[in-house]
Design a protein around this ligand. Sequence first.
Ligand SMILES: [Zn+2]
Length: 307
Amino acid sequence: MFAFQTNPLNRHGDVRHTDDFITPIISSSDAYYLPVYQQSIACEVNDKHLAPLWLSYRQLHFKSQPPARKHLIYLGEVDSKHYFTYRLKSVDLLNHVTLDDQAPSIELCGLRELFKRLSPEEAHVCNVAIAIEHWHNTHQYCGYCGHKTYAAQAGFVRICSHAQCQQQHFPRTDSAVICAITYQDELLLGRQKSWPEKRYSVIAGFVEPGETLEQAVVREAYEETGLALSQVRYYQSQPWPFPQSLMVGFTAEAQSNQISLLDKELEDARWFSRTALKEAVETGELVLPFEYSISRKLINQWLIESV
Ligand SMILES: [Zn+2]
């Protein structure tokens, strides 16, 4: 299991767009609201505690005004509790939520920072919250006619406000491929110049229009390393909300070990035996990707395979 794979939410996609379903839930005591602002999550903070700030409907009133329904996104139900995101238009609004007397202080936190403190179920809910909030923020205008769009259907559609257009826009996910490439008993790892120092990972890139996932793997591998691949096999996938990707994992075999950094996206790429990779990690010469990422899982999977 790795990050964001657990999915506890019943999203009620068949009824969430109906007033009959959503209106009674909004002000009920079973509804919880998570304020988010530009991919950051409102958190309650004290000396030992950092956790997402789930508010009741009563607490979500700003200056005694109820929350604007157009900023609510219905995430789904878990154990008879209903979860929403509230899209903050301004950070200042956090100063006006109605907390109890013993209230903690509130800060905005990124999901990367918060992730290790969350259960897999909470991480998934927060993932959905910031991914769809990002989509709303970046789809304020209609791509067909340029007029403003507005949120509808519990936050899962934006509709163009121009009477002659009214185009519906749906949340987008960017497909990316990520591949553990091997040659005999060695694994290929590369690094981009912009990454943290000594960080190496497997090869990845975005799928282009008209490609199959397997074709994207073959193209990315060639562009970044000059290698031709065979035996491209699907592994697993991982939602990756930084900001809105789905990482689709593969394994593949290189037809040679001659590396050529053709598109210069990587500043270095090398082959590692299992022994050499373990040593490089132990000595600190090399740093592997985030523990809960599919890239790390691909590397760990290869490390434990018998030769
Ligand atoms: Zn339009």
